[in-house]
Design a protein. Structure first.
Length: 99
């Protein structure tokens, strides 16, 4: 089990050796693109899907367009509406990044 000190030393080692490229870069549009793709694959309108997820349609539209970022609760709701555990939705988002 690592300690906080171990984690700090590891972080600084990464910075020192410039291995930052191994880290996943944040794409602010990735979540919205994946949510839109999964929703369309299921032939659901924004109106219907936002109701299933318990979100305002306008909020869903802003997430899908990249104007807003979903918080953890929203990811949880969206995943449940897709019938997925939240970690699987996050995996879809991670895998959507170009290599």
């Amino acid at each position: 089990m690592s300690t906080i000190a171990d984690d700090i030393f590891y972080f600084f080692d990464i910075l020192k050796n410039k291995r930052m490229s191994a880290m996943i870069e944040f794409d602010k549009n990735a979540a919205g693109k994946v949510i839109r793709r999964l929703r369309k694959e299921r032939n659901l309108s924004q109106e219907v899907f936002s109701g299933l997820a318990g979100l305002a349609r306008s909020h869903l539209a802003m997430i899908e367009s990249g104007a807003k970022q979903p918080n953890f609760e929203t990811i949880w709701r969206v995943a449940n509406a897709f019938g997925l555990p939240p970690h699987m939705l996050v995996e879809h988002i991670e895998k959507s990044r170009p290599d």
